[in-house]
Design a protein around this ligand. Sequence first.
Ligand code: ATP
Ligand code: MG
Length: 559
Amino acid sequence: MSEPAAPSNFIRTLIDADLAAGKTGGQVITRFPPEPNGYLHIGHAKSICLNFGLALDYGGRCHLRFDDTNPLTESPEYIRSIQDDVRWLGFDWGEHLHFASDYFPRLYEFAVRLIEKGKAYVCDLSADAIRESRGTLTEPGRESPYRDRPVGENLDLFARMRAGEFPDGSRTLRARIDMRAPNLNLRDPVMYRIRRAPHHRTGAAWSIYPSYDWAHGQSDYIEQITHSICTLEFEDHRPLYDWFLEQIDAQPRPRQIEFARLNLSYTVMSKRLLLELVREGIVAGWDDPRLPTLAGLRRRGVTPEAVRQFCTLIGVARADSLVDLELLEGCIRKELEPGTPRVMCIHQPLRVVIENWPEGKVQELNAPYFPGEPGKLGARPFPFSRELYIERDDFMEQPPKGFFRLSPGGEVRLRWAYVVRCTGVVKDARGEVVELRATVDPETLNAAPAGRKVRGTIHWVSAPHALRAEVRLYDRLFSVPNPVADKNGDFKRALNPNSLEVLHGAMAEPSLASAQGGARFQFERKGYYCVDPVASRAGRPVFNRIVSLRDSWAKVREG
Ligand code: ATP
Ligand code: MG
C-alpha cells in the first residue's frame, strides 16, 4: 500500500513498551473480531485499519475472528460479506480465519475447570431475576440462592444444560466472583445461556452458548493474541477479561486495550439501526450507497484507499468524538482528483440548435481526459453537431449580475469547442423555455474570440450522439448531525427526505457507452460518479454520484 505509515498513537506507545520489556516474546498479534450479525460499516474500518495496520507495521499478524456466539442473529451471508469487505479494504488474514464457535469445546472445558475450582455455578434464576438482583452503582447486588451449589451438582447440571435437557432461559452458568464488587461486570456475570437453536457452523451440537465476555478473552488466549484492541465501552469489562484469564491460568496473557469508536455525523452506525433501515425498506439493502456500510461505500464508488486515508487522518485516541462527514468526503475527493478521467454529462438537458451549423454536419473534436494534470495523456473524440444539450440552469432569461453562462444575446464557451451566442428562446404554451437558438463563432475553436471577453465555460453534449443515462444523486441520509441523540432515539424522524434524487433523462457524452460497471469519472462541473455495477444495463448506464465537487466554478471559468 502506498500511503504513509500511520502516525504514532497511545496504542503504539503501549506496544512499544511491551516489546521493550520483552513481554510478548517480541511478537505483535492482533485480531479483528466481528459478530456476523450485519454488514461492516466505516466504524469497523477504523478497527480493521488499526488492527491489521499494527500487525503490518510490527511485522506481526492479524486474525479475522468471527465472534459467532449468537446463532439467532447470525448468518452465512454476513460471514461472506465481512470477508469481502476486509479484503476490499486491502487486508489479508492469511491462514488466520477463525471462528469462536471452533472453540466451543475448549471453552466448555475451561468452564468445567472453573466449576471444579468453585469459581462458577449453575443458577436457576431467570434473566429478569438475575438483572434485578444485580444491584446498582450505589447498591450491592444480592447473592443467588444457587450460588453455593456443590461442585458435583454444578458439573451434572452443566453437562445436562449442554445436552439440551432444560428449556431455553431456565438456567445459566455464572462466574462466582463478588456480588458486592463496585464494578457491576464482576457481579457473578453469566458465562453460558441455554439456547436450543441450531448454529450455522456447529449445527445442533450445542444447546448452550457462551456470553461475549466469556468467549472473547479465552478466544484471544487460544489464538495467542498479544494485544486485544477494542472500543471504550469494554473498558469496564477489562477486570472481568483479566479475571477469566487468571482462572484458566492463561500464560502468556493477552492484553486488552481500549480506544474511542468512530462516530460520523449525519449517519447511524449501530448494526441494529442499520438492520432496521434495511428490513423496513427505508434503504435499498445493505449496499445502499447512502449507508455508511463498506458495501454501500463500495457500490457508491468510494475507493478503499480513501477509506484507509480517512482512518489514518482521524487517528486513534481515547476520547469519544463525532467526526464530520465532510472529512470523509474530503478524503474521497483527494483520492479521486488525480487519475479520474473528466467527461461531460448533462443532468437536466436543454436543447440548443446552432442555426449557422449545417444540418447533418458532424465535427469530431478532441477532448482530453486529464486537463488538470499536465503530462498525463489521454483523450476521446467528441462530436459537435447542429443540435446540442446544455444544462438547463446554465441558461437564464434574465441573468443577475455576475452570471457568466448563457442568456439572450450573450456568449459562452462550450468546453473543448466554440464560443456560441444565444440568438433566440423557444417556449411552450406554459411559457417554459424548451429550446434555445444560437450561432457559433467558427474562429473560436480553442482560441479566444477576437475583441471581446467570454467569461463562462459550460459543458455540453451533441444531442444526436448523446447517451441517455440515469443519474442518482445521493445526499446525506439524515438531516441532523447526530440522528439518535438529536431525536431522543427516534432516529427515523431525522431521515432526510431528499437523500436520493434520481434523474432519468440525463444525457451523457457518447464515449460513456462503453464504460464498465465500477468505472469512475469526474463529470465536469458536477462531481465524481461511478457506473453502478448492479443497476446499469448495456447502453443504458446508471451513474451514482460519489461526491460533488467542492467548488464547481473556479476550475472551468475562462480568463
Ligand atoms: P455495532 O455497535 O455497530 O453494532 P459492534 O461493536 O456490535 O458494532 P462487532 O461486530 O462486535 O460490532 O465489532 C467488531 C469490532 O469492531 C469490535 O472490535 C468493535 O469494537 C469494532 N467496532 C465496532 N464499531 C466501531 C466503531 N464505530 N468504531 C471503531 N471500532 C468499532
Ligand atoms: Mg458487538
